[in-house]
Each structure stands twice: as structure tokens, then as C-alpha cells.
Design a protein around this ligand. Structure first.
Ligand SMILES: Nc1ncnc2c1ncn2[C@@H]1O[C@H](COP(=O)(O)OP(=O)(O)O)[C@@H](O)[C@H]1O
Ligand SMILES: [Mg+2]
Length: 306
């Protein structure tokens, strides 16, 4: 059996999001799940990717010799349904194809992006242009009112949960930034735009170099929302962004390229990105972490670029 060398960071993350008991049970069940997928889909399973964070994933080869990836979701349920639903709707256009799905095991068989290097390996301008071009491929799916995807309004409820958990306050989160994000969500959500299906997490390591298209997205959240929200995850990444010299100039350049070359409304993108920074920090706390400084610092940079 392969695939059992689990990176310590992955184990820590699984225990943090699932809780100690459910997390250990999930980790213990992984070999059996991988074995079932191997048998069902006729796979040769490689060693898991070094970069595992929250989900188990490894390169595999199908019985037809096709390069694919087996991904086992740590958290099943709505999040996984949205990821699968988004991959199906994207249908290979700007994103890897979903080749097969086994809901009982939370297992996805995905087209592999080859060579699969990420946007971390190219310079800021090139990465921004790749994301700009990719968004034009992905953002073409207006959703009917009865669509099954989570919405940006639903995401904003993280702030209600935060306040409910802290007697109406913001607990460890800086109150000013939470209020700012709540206000941005409130204002934009009140506009009543026609939502499109967004990837929702289109950051550097979720965009991989490929052959069928220059870049393919992986790992969509699948959320219904305003197209101007989509660049937010890219704008606040990678995680060490704010430790880099000239972080503000990097972010400013991204906003300029998205506005000048891809027609995005700079101000709208900037505001959504501020809200997304604070939301991601709130999610980190819900997942059992501390207030991450990176996203809050990026919110400040974005604020000053106004
Ligand atoms: N379809 C794919 N092609 C190539 N590499 C992949 C693919 N899917 C995942 N990977 C690799 O596995 C890692 C984790 O997969 P990802 O879907 O991003 O999981 P997570 O939800 O944990 O971020 C990626 O960063 C990438 O290195
Ligand atoms: Mg990912």
C-alpha cells in the first residue's frame, strides 16, 4: 500500500478541522479508501504530493495510462458537493476535468495538470496575467435562482457566527476590520447582481501549468457571486506575501494589470479583496487557529491603495 507517508502539517490540519477523534478516524481510514479507489478505477497510486494541506492527493495513472490525480476530501458534505459541482460545470474549460467521483469515500479522480508547476514559479506580472486570462475562461456560467452552490451572502455569515460566539463582539479578530468587511459585504450584496459560478479560491497554488491549456485551475470552492470577487484570493496570496519586500507595490501592480488589461473595476476588486482578507482570517479562527497576521496586513495594504 502506498500513500501512507503523511506530512506532519497535513496531519495537524486534519486534526484541527475535524477534531482529534474524527480526524484520527479519518486518517486511519485513508488506506482503505485509497485501496478501494485503486481497485474500482484501476489505478497505480504514487506518493502523495508534498504540498498536502487539508486534503489527501496523489498522482495516479489510470489503467489506460492516463496521468490523473486521486484526491480524498477531508471534509465531505456541502463543501465537497460544491467542489464537484463546480468542476462539472467548468467541464474542463480553464479547470482540470473531473474524471470520476465516489461520494461514499469523498474521492475524486481528476485530470492531472502536467507539468503542474504553480503560479509560485512565475513572476508577479506573469502570474497576474495567467489569472486574468483564466478568469475569462471560468467566469461564464450565470446561475439560475435555484442553483445548489453556496453564495457570498452565505459566506458572510462567518461574521455572524464570530459575533454569536463572542457576545456580539469580534473576539480575537480586530473589530475595525470585521466592521469594514461586514460593510463591504452588506453594500455589494444589496445590489442584487446576477451571480455567476466563481472558483472562489483562485490563488497561486491552485493554478497549475498544463498542456491542454497554458494554466488550469484546481481545487475550486464553487461559490455563487460577483465576478469582481474572483481575483480576491489571488490578491492576498501567497501566504508570505506581506513578508516580501515591496508587498504593496506587488498588490498595486496586480490591481493595475487586472483593471488595465482585463477590464476589471479596480475599486470593486480592491474592496472585495479587503472583505475576503478579513473573511479568510475569520475562517482560520473557526478552523481552530489564531488570527493570521498576513491577511489582516494585506487588508491594510489594499486599504491604503484606495
Ligand atoms: N489535478 C491536479 N494536477 C496536478 N497536481 C494536482 C492536481 N490536483 C492537486 N494537485 C496537487 O495536490 C496539491 C493539493 O491539491 P488541492 O486540490 O489544491 O488540495 P487542497 O484542497 O488541500 O488545497 C496541489 O497543490 C497540487 O500540488
Ligand atoms: Mg489547493
Amino acid at each position: 500500500m502506498t500513500g501512507l507517508e503523511l506530512p506532519p502539517g497535513f496531519v495537524r490540519n486534519v486534526l484541527a478541522v475535524r477534531g482529534e477523534d474524527a480526524g484520527r478516524a479519518f486518517l486511519a481510514s485513508l488506506p482503505a479508501i485509497i485501496g478501494r479507489c485503486r481497485d474500482q478505477w484501476g489505478l497505480a497510486v504514487g506518493e502523495p504530493f508534498a504540498a498536502l494541506t487539508y486534503n489527501w492527493a496523489a498522482p495516479v495513472t489510470t489503467r489506460d495510462g492516463e496521468a490523473a490525480v486521486l484526491k480524498i476530501a477531508t471534509i465531505e458534505g456541502d463543501e465537497l458537493a460544491a467542489e464537484v459541482g463546480a468542476l462539472r460545470l467548468f467541464d474542463g474549460r480553464g479547470a482540470v476535468r473531473l474524471l470520476a467521483f465516489e461520494p461514499a469515500d469523498g474521492a475524486m479522480l481528476l485530470e492531472r495538470a502536467v507539468p503542474g508547476t504553480s503560479l509560485l514559479d512565475v513572476d508577479n506580472d506573469q502570474a497576474t496575467r495567467a489569472v486574468g486570462a483564466l478568469m475569462s475562461r471560468l467566469l461564464r456560467h450565470p446561475l439560475p435562482p435555484d442553483h445548489p452552490f453556496p453564495t457570498l451572502g452565505g459566506w458572510a455569515r462567518a461574521f455572524e457566527r464570530l459575533r454569536a460566539a463572542h457576545g456580539g463582539g469580534t473576539g480575537p479578530m480586530p473589530a475595525g476590520w470585521v466592521e469594514r468587511a461586514e460593510g463591504i459585504f452588506r453594500d455589494f450584496l444589496a445590489e442584487g447582481w446576477q451571480p455567476v459560478l466563481l472558483h472562489g479560491d483562485l490563488h497561486h497554488t491552485n493554478v497549475l501549468a498544463a498542456a491542454r491549456e497554458p494554466w488550469l485551475a484546481i481545487d475550486p470552492h464553487g461559490v455563487a457571486g460577483d465576478p469582481a470577487f474572483e481575483p480576491a484570493a489571488f490578491l492576498r496570496n501567497p501566504l508570505d506575501l506581506t513578508e516580501r519586500p515591496g508587498a504593496s507595490a506587488i498588490v498595486r501592480r496586480r490591481l493595475d494589470i487586472l483593471a488595465d488589461e482585463f477590464g476589471y473595476d479596480r475599486e470593486r476588486v480592491r474592496l472585495w479583496a479587503i472583505a475576503n482578507c478579513v473573511l479568510s482570517a475569520a475562517w482560520s479562527i473557526e478552523d481552530g487557529g489564531e488570527v493570521p497576521q498576513g491577511p489582516i496586513e494585506t487588508a491594510r495594504i489594499l486599504h491604503e491603495l484606495g
